[in-house]
Design a protein around this ligand. Structure first.
Ligand SMILES: NC(=O)c1ccc[n+]([C@@H]2O[C@H](COP(=O)([O-])OP(=O)(O)OC[C@H]3O[C@@H](n4cnc5c(N)ncnc54)[C@H](OP(=O)(O)O)[C@@H]3O)[C@@H](O)[C@H]2O)c1
Length: 289
C-alpha cells in the first residue's frame, strides 16, 4: 500500500519501521525533519507538508501528540481531508478526543485507532489497537493494523476506539501512581528495590508497567517511554468522557500530579517521574475534582 504517515516520534518512528519492513511504500512528514531521519534511512520518502504526505496515497495515518495537532492536521485547506485521494482511508492512531474523532469521520472514511503497548510494543508489532469507525474501512485497513499490533479490536462507530483507549489510560494512570508509591515505600523501609521487584513481579501485582517502570526508578531514569504531558492530556479526555455520570477520583488525582510534574520538570519526562511527587516537599496545588 502507498501510505502517508504524519508524526515520527517515540511511537510513530518504530511503527513506520515495521510498515517499511513489511513492504509498504511510506511517505512521512514530521514537524521537525530531523526526527524523521531514522524513517528516511530505512527507505521512507520525505514529504515537506501534511498535504504532500496525504496526496496520492491509499492510506494516511497520523500519530500526533494532542487533539489540537490532530484537528489542525485533518482540517483546513492544507489538511488531510482536503488533499487525500477519493477512495483513500485516513486513520488517526494518536490518543485523542472521541468527539473530535466523530467530527472528522463525517463525510470521509476516517478511523480512530489509538494504541497501547508503548515504543517496545511498536517495535515488536505487539500493540493493542482500539478501533472505531466505519466497518468497511476497518476491513480494508486491517492488514496494516496486523503489521503493527497483535490485538486489533473494533469497538464500534467513530469515537469508540478513542473511548476504549481512555478506559485503558485511566487504568494505566492509577497503576503508574501505585508503582511509584510502592517504590517510595520500599525506599522508606530501607529495602533493596531490586529484590522487592523480584518478589512482587511474579505475584498479583506483576504487570508490564511494573517491569517497565521499576528498573527505571532504580536507575533514576526519567527519560520518556510515555510522556507525562501526554498522560495528563489523556486523563483530561477521560474525565471529560465520564462527565457528570461517574466520579474518577484516582484519574483526577493522577492528572493533577502529572501537571505538577510537567510544571516542575517539563512535560517530556516519562510518566515514572510521578515518583517525584512522593517526596515530602512536593505537593500538588490542585486537589482532585
Ligand atoms: N509513547 C507511548 O508510550 C504512547 C503509547 C500509546 C499512545 N501514545 C500516544 O501516541 C501519540 C504520539 O505519542 P509519542 O509518544 O509518539 O509522541 P512524540 O514522541 O511527542 O511524537 C509526536 C511527533 O509528532 C510530531 N508532530 C507534532 N505536531 C505535528 C504537526 N503539526 N505536523 C507534523 N508532525 C507533528 C512531533 O514533531 P516534533 O519532532 O517537532 O516534536 C513528534 O515527532 C500521542 O497521542 C500519545 O498520547 C503514546
Amino acid at each position: 500500500m502507498r501510505i502517508g504517515w504524519i508524526g515520527t516520534g517515540l511511537m510513530g518512528a518504530p511503527m513506520v519501521a515495521r510498515l517499511v519492513a513489511a513492504g509498504h511504500r511510506l511517505t512521512v512528514h514530521n514537524r521537525t525533519r530531523d526526527r524523521a531521519e531514522p524513517s528516511l534511512a530505512l527507505g521512507a520518502d520525505w514529504a515537506g507538508s501534511i498535504a504532500a504526505a496525504a496526496r496520492d496515497r491509499d492510506l494516511v495515518i497520523t500519530m500526533l501528540p494532542f487533539p489540537s495537532d490532530v484537528e489542525a492536521a485533518y482540517l483546513g485547506p492544507d489538511g488531510i481531508l482536503a488533499n487525500a485521494s477519493p477512495g483513500a482511508v485516513a486513520v488517526d492512531m494518536s490518543t485523542s478526543s472521541p468527539a473530535l474523532a466523530r467530527r472528522l469521520a463525517t463525510g470521509y472514511p476516517v478511523l480512530d485507532a489509538p494504541v497501547s503497548g508503548g515504543p517496545a510494543g511498536a517495535r515488536s508489532g505487539t500493540l493493542s489497537i482500539f478501533v472505531g469507525g466505519d466497518a468497511g474501512a476497518f476491513e480494508r485497513v486491517r492488514p496494516v493494523f496486523e503489521v503493527l499490533g497483535s490485538t486489533v479490536v473494533h469497538h464500534g462507530p467513530a469515537g469508540a476506539g478513542q473511548a476504549a483507549k481512555l478506559v485503558n489510560q485511566a487504568l494505566v494512570a492509577n497503576v503508574t501512581l501505585g508503582i511509584c508509591e510502592a517504590y517510595a515505600l520500599a525506599e522508606a523501609a530501607g529495602l533493596d528495590p531490586a529484590r522487592v521487584h523480584e518478589s512482587i513481579r511474579v505475584g498479583v501485582a506483576g504487570s508490564p508497567l511494573l517491569d517497565f517502570a521499576w528498573p527505571r526508578l532504580t536507575e533514576g531514569d526519567l527519560e520518556p517511554g510515555f510522556k507525562v504531558a501526554h498522560l495528563a492530556k489523556d486523563l483530561g479526555l477521560a474525565l471529560d468522557e465520564a462527565g457528570d455520570t461517574r466520579r474518577l477520583p484516582g484519574t483526577s488525582l493522577v492528572r493533577d500530579l502529572c501537571r505538577a510534574v510537567a510544571r516542575a520538570l517539563g512535560g517530556d519526562r516519562g510518566t515514572q517521574a510521578l515518583i517525584t511527587q512522593t517526596q515530602p516537599s512536593t505537593q500538588s496545588s490542585e486537589g482532585p475534582r
